[in-house]
Write a protein that binds this ligand. Sequence first.
Ligand code: PMP
Length: 454
Amino acid sequence: MTLDLPKTTDDILTEDVHLVQSFADLNALKQDGARTAIVGAEGTMVTDSEGNELIDGIGGLWCVNVGHKRREIIEAINQQLETLDFYSTFYSFTHPTAAALAAKLAELAPGSLNKVHFGNSGSVANDSAVRILHHYYKRLGQPQKRKVLSRHGAYHGSTHLAIAMTTPEYSDGWHKAEGIVHHLRKPHYWREGDGMTEAEFTDALLDDMKSEIESLGAENIACFIGEPIMGAGGVIVPPEGYHARVADLCRDYEIKVISDEVVTAFGRLGHFFASKDVFGFQPDIITTAKGLTSGYQPLSATILSDEIHEVISGPGAMFLHGMTYSGHPAASAAGLANIALMERDQIPQTARTTGKLFETTLKGLGDLDIVGEVRGSHFMIGIEFVKDKVSKEIFDPSLNIGLKVAQKCQEKGLIARPLGHILILSPTLILSPEQIATIGAILRESITEVMAEL
Ligand code: PMP
């Protein structure tokens, strides 16, 4: 069936008044309408409804890792839909595609993370992880072990629990799950290091964490949840050794570690998973989504250790949890084809080199007067703008500095994501060195022009 879709920008925007965008200023949208309608995409590029070709500097939304319109994934989805459009993984049902993807993830995930529960978003993957741990501790006779340690700066999703685990600024003015989540300090040395060496700062973070655990009582804390590199909180790379020490501390207090690899997995940092391979720690649960299918289908995974699974699958353990689309056949097919493509073309391995080039190219922008810090790793970069490089004072938020730079970038053919006074780049992992140079040049020109207009 050919769908009758609006084609011109005006026609799209007429129908778009019924769409509620996410994380948007709905009042501004009501006045001005959406800014950009994306109508097509191929490889590293997207096309808007005005016919402009733009470099997709944000990989859809940190997710289109293998690039757009890859025939291999599209064909696998189509073939799956021709064979089995839908069946659930509820009760004792399974199907070959979900089973094969679970086995593949068990092979790729570190240590004894061998059991996979599927969902359809990163938020759901994180909610599932905590819900499963609550069930796990209840079965172990510790029903009070329910609290969650998260961090300022974290982003874990938008469902009721996931947003409570997210940094409080994201839920300002909204209700959220109360009493469960406790936020630790943001591990951002450049902003919060206060004259300490990086090692002293790490010690201070760990001391604070230890005090928080002791004041809440480890017997009341189910887990710590953390992104290996914080994404939507501004791309925060923790200090050297931080994650391994956090994991050790958690182990000492019998607190489970959930590594939220919704963004950092599937090649973005040069490996299938970053927890062990990049940061040297072994989580008890990894949650992931986004790059799992490169965005071709909505799919997430909550990957559990054998030990957790053993407890929740013991005698009399009914697992009262799941989503209709957990392990959806078309989404599982997309995941399998995406991983096969990554393995065949060695995309994570290549991203170690091209991602480093991307990182160093963007870090080269640090000489510009309003660039306070360029941070991140490989294909996950944040540029923080400051009014004053020495005091690190930020611009008045009403100036919308990030948006101003992003708009200039878009005029010059690059989509970047503004986040207050920070600009985020999380492109596809298949950029050529020439495209990386182009992105660097567009960013330099755009920032320079905005500086001149200030
Ligand atoms: N965790 C992290 C680290 C994320 O970046 C995101 C989304 N940006 C989520 C969880 C939530 O994923 P979703 O939007 O698919 O629910």
